[in-house]
Structure formats: C-alpha cells, structure tokens
Design a protein around this ligand. Sequence first.
Ligand code: ATP
Ligand code: MG
Length: 230
Amino acid sequence: MTIAARLLDAGKEYKTGESTIVALQPTTAEFRTGEITLLVGPSGSGKTTLLSLLGSVIYPSFGKVWVGDTCINDLTEKELAILRLQHIGFVFQGFNLLAPLNALENVMEPLLLQGVKRKEAKHRAMELISKFEMEDRIYNLPRNLSGGQQQRIAIARSLVTNPQLILCDEPTASLDHKSAKMVMDMLSKLSGENRAVIVVTHDVRLKKYADRTIYVSGGRISDTAIEDNF
Ligand SMILES: Nc1ncnc2c1ncn2[C@@H]1O[C@H](COP(=O)(O)OP(=O)(O)OP(=O)(O)O)[C@@H](O)[C@H]1O
Ligand SMILES: [Mg+2]
C-alpha cells in the first residue's frame, strides 16, 4: 500500500467581486492505494473542490498537494495536463463527454492523447465498454444517450488508461441498481489492484463498498459524521 495522493494544509478560495469564498479550509489528508474512500457531505460543502485538488484540475490557494511523489504546486498547467493524463482517472459531476465525439471515440480519446495506436485504443476501449454493457451504443453521440448511459461511458473513459488514482464525482447518481453495482464492483476490483479510489456521493447504496468515509461540511473534513444521516 502506498500513498497515492496527499494534502498538507491545502485549500481553495474563490474571489468573486468584493467577496471571497473559502470553498475548502486548510486540509491535511492522505489517500492510499488499495482503498475506496467515500467523500460525503451536503451540497456546497467542498467535495468537488477537494476532488478537483486531488485530480490536479485546480491549484490550491494555500498549502500543498501531492499526487504520488509529485507536488502539483510546482507544475505548470501543461505539466498538470500530462500528470492527469498519465496517472489520474476523473469522472466529473455532469460527465464532461466531448459532444462531437461518439461514445466509442470518447472512451478512446485519453489513449490517443497518450500516443496509443488507434487499433489498440479501440480494442482497449471496447473491452471496457462491453464490461458496462454499452456495445450497442458506441456510435451514439453523447446527446443521444440517456443520463445513465452517458455516466457509464464517462466512467469507462476515466478507467481506460488504467490510472493509479481514480476520482469519481457522484458516479452512480443516474444509475439504476444493476448499473450502480456494476460500477462499484469494478471500482472495488481496481482498488484491490493497488489503485486509490475516491468517490463523492450522496448514494447510501455505496456505503458497503467503502474502506473509509470522510465527511465534508462547510469546507472542513472529518473522519466522523457531525450528523450521521448517511
Ligand atoms: N469556480 C468557483 N467560483 C466561485 N465559487 C466556487 C467555485 N467553485 C465552487 N465554488 C463555491 O465553493 C463552495 C464549494 O463548492 P463545491 O463545488 O466544492 O461543493 P460540493 O460539495 O461539490 O457541492 P455539490 O454536492 O452541490 O456538488 C460552494 O459554496 C461553491 O459555490
Ligand atoms: Mg460537487
């Protein structure tokens, strides 16, 4: 088991006009491979902000963030993009599929960016797509897929590069029981294969998969619930 990501007094503030919002207070935490961590908490509490820091999507306003041995504070935007491509799988809240690309092309995209040959990329993408039972929708554009289908394609895209750090923002929100189980079984399997998996969720169905639950409230994290309604 190794440390896949780490925050040291790291947080984020946003300035809008006159006011400053601290979306995440200074936070110290470690995330290990071999574990599924759930991040739970009310809307606006800072969950996506925390996930975005770990995913190297944003820089911290203060403190430091490491992904593996790399401190993201020291990287340029371009270096961050490479780090994300090589090491991180991110399922965004709202999927972020590329609108002009069909389902198959969306899943192949990260591999093509990594320089993997088209034929091999297609083969690897199809393998994952079939695990999520989406073979009959591969030529659909995202707008012609249901919410749950878009979600499964977004998850396939985030896993196709076999990343060490897997970050999912509400991955099961649009999924029925069967698809949610499919997704969580796969994330469990991956954490067993020495990956770190961090999942933001309101979905109580996921509780049984968690090795650890972190509660987020008002931009602060805690290992114990303030109100345990999850
Ligand atoms: N780019 C931004 N600019 C300004 N404020 C922001 C920005 N992103 C987030 N915030 C604010 O930071 C706080 C935390 O937002 P965040 O998206 O992390 O919440 P969340 O816990 O993911 O909520 P939800 O469950 O609704 O997705 C909120 O008050 C939000 O309005
Ligand atoms: Mg969010």
